[in-house]
Design a protein around this ligand. Structure first.
Ligand code: GPP
Ligand code: MG
Length: 281
């Protein structure tokens, strides 16, 4: 039997190409602060004083402050994974350069598998785990989160940290439901478009074009969770809490050009930053 290829569509190839060559300073400079490389945004009040003070150290202050806000986002997600033990196995679906996976292992000591369709991200993340001495427990794989090949019922928790907009949720949640043990926890933090506003606004479409993604409506999350035995236990609208991150990022040397689209979309109500935690029943 021939194994299913990791990349099975032209779309997936184009997404993999983006992440294989991605080198944004806003991700690399932040990661260099403490070796935790994130691919998500920030949460909480920003310290605006980093934009003032001596020019010689301003850039580093900015880097550290944005990184602090991105860490706060990861902490929020991890707290929702529930009480994990060192013998538990958890899955990071769309693991990027590995930041969230390493933090979960640091906090709970559990076994972490991360999957990404970007081979360079997988190599990078495995190197981070090796340098931290946790490669025996934190492993990154060049695999597709829609078809991981992992054993049925083998995970206590699964998360998507801003990676659900790259896949069809019906396929994703079916695979998560298969992988989670009964009573296991699923958590995602995502940007979704607001059904109450209507179809995607121009700013939401600009975000889609920028990252080659397809932001889902809020309704699709709950429809597909319900269809796949995933029952929400916590839903938090994080929109107001992420705006300071974008306001600050827009004013720094690390801005990538997408900041105004996020701010417009969040402020006009067409786009929402949501945490959803659900139990596998
Ligand atoms: C951030 O990654 C997340 C994504 C690209 C997925 C899209 C997320 C939405 C909420 C729509 P990143 O940290 O690599 O982005 P950037 O380079 O802009 O910091
Ligand atoms: Mg980033």
């Amino acid at each position: 039997m021939t194994a299913t290829p990791v990349l099975s569509t032209f779309y997936q190839h184009s997404v993999a190409d983006y992440w294989n060559s991605e080198q944004n300073p806003v991700n690399l400079r932040l990661g260099e602060v403490d070796g935790i490389y994130h691919h998500h945004y920030g949460l909480g009040e920003a310290d605006w004083s980093v934009l003032e003070g001596p020019e010689a150290t301003r850039r580093q202050r900015v880097v550290e402050e944005l990184h602090r806000l991105e860490h706060a986002q990861a902490d929020t997600l991890i707290t929702n994974l529930g009480p994990l033990r060192p013998d538990h196995r958890v899955l990071d679906a769309g693991s990027g350069r590995g930041g969230s996976s390493l933090l979960v292992n640091l906090r709970h000591g559990c076994h972490v598998d991360g999957v990404s369709i970007s081979e360079s991200q997988v190599v990078f993340a495995n190197e981070q785990a090796r340098m931290r001495g946790v490669a025996d427990k934190v492993r990154f794989h060049f695999r597709n989160m829609l078809d991981t090949g992992f054993e049925t019922g083998s995970f206590q928790a699964i998360w998507n940290n801003e990676s659900t907009m790259y896949v069809e949720l019906s396929l994703l949640f079916a695979e998560h439901a298969r992988l989670l043990s009964r009573g296991g926890r699923y958590v995602c933090i995502t940007g979704c478009y607001n059904d109450a506003y209507g179809l995607p606004s121009r700013a939401v479409s600009q975000i889609n074009a920028h990252y080659i993604c397809d932001i889902h409506p809020r309704s699709t999350y709950f429809k597909e969770l319900a269809a796949n035995r995933l029952v929400p236990i916590n839903v938090v609208d994080l929109t107001a809490a992420t705006i300071p991150y974008w306001e600050l990022r827009a004013k720094t040397h690390l801005a990538t050009g997408i900041e105004e689209a996020f701010l417009e979309a969040y402020k006009d109500g067409s786009f929402q930053y949501l945490l959803i935690a659900a139990d596998r029943v």
